[in-house]
Design a protein. Structure first.
Length: 177
């Protein structure tokens, strides 16, 4: 079939078959995020095959997202506790009201103890870099608590001299951290 000018071939829509709807950028981004954050070696073979393809159809992307979301994932979040990363201190904890998911706060140490506080960073950025290897040992956390006057378990500002000397507050100490 020729176009109106008679020089450029145009595909015959009947011969070329149905139009295939491709995955949206949002679907592809979500798939990448799921695959990057999770350990997925136990997924079905079909999903492994789809994961190796760079471009997905809309239906393949929808199937893959459903399969990824339905899997029992191994927890890849950083462990709860005090972490040290690139010269900064972070506290990873579980949201007890709401989602029940882990999130992080970054410690801001002011010159005055009253200025010391935790800034919420949530689950993005530096949270994604925290891991078992950035978790402080109990001894490291206690030294940190002694140095900055902050409880090594919960991050509360310590005011009692004995607690500052130990690097842990009395409540956290009783809980056996």
């Amino acid at each position: 079939m020729e176009n109106l000018f008679g020089d450029t071939p145009v595909e015959d829509p009947v011969e070329s078959g149905p139009t295939v709807r491709m995955a949206t950028p949002r679907q592809e981004e979500y798939i990448s995020k799921l695959l990057a954050k999770k350990e997925w070696e136990h997924l079905p073979k079909r999903i492994h095959a789809l994961a190796s393809v760079e471009v997905h159809t809309f239906d393949e992307a929808r199937e893959m997202i459903a399969a990824l979301k339905s899997c029992n994932w191994k927890d890849t979040d950083p462990p709860e506790g005090i972490h040290f990363l690139n010269g900064a201190v972070f506290k990873v904890q579980v949201a007890h009201q709401g989602s029940g998911r882990k999130y992080a706060k970054r410690l801001f140490v002011g010159e005055d103890p009253e200025e010391t506080h935790w800034d919420y960073i949530g689950r993005t950025g530096e949270f994604e870099l925290l891991s078992e290897s950035t978790l402080m040992s109990l001894e490291e956390a206690k030294k940190f608590g002694q140095l900055y006057g902050v409880c090594c378990a919960c991050g509360a500002v310590l005011t009692d001299e004995v607690s500052i000397e130990k690097g842990i507050g009395p409540i956290c100490e009783r809980k056996g951290f």
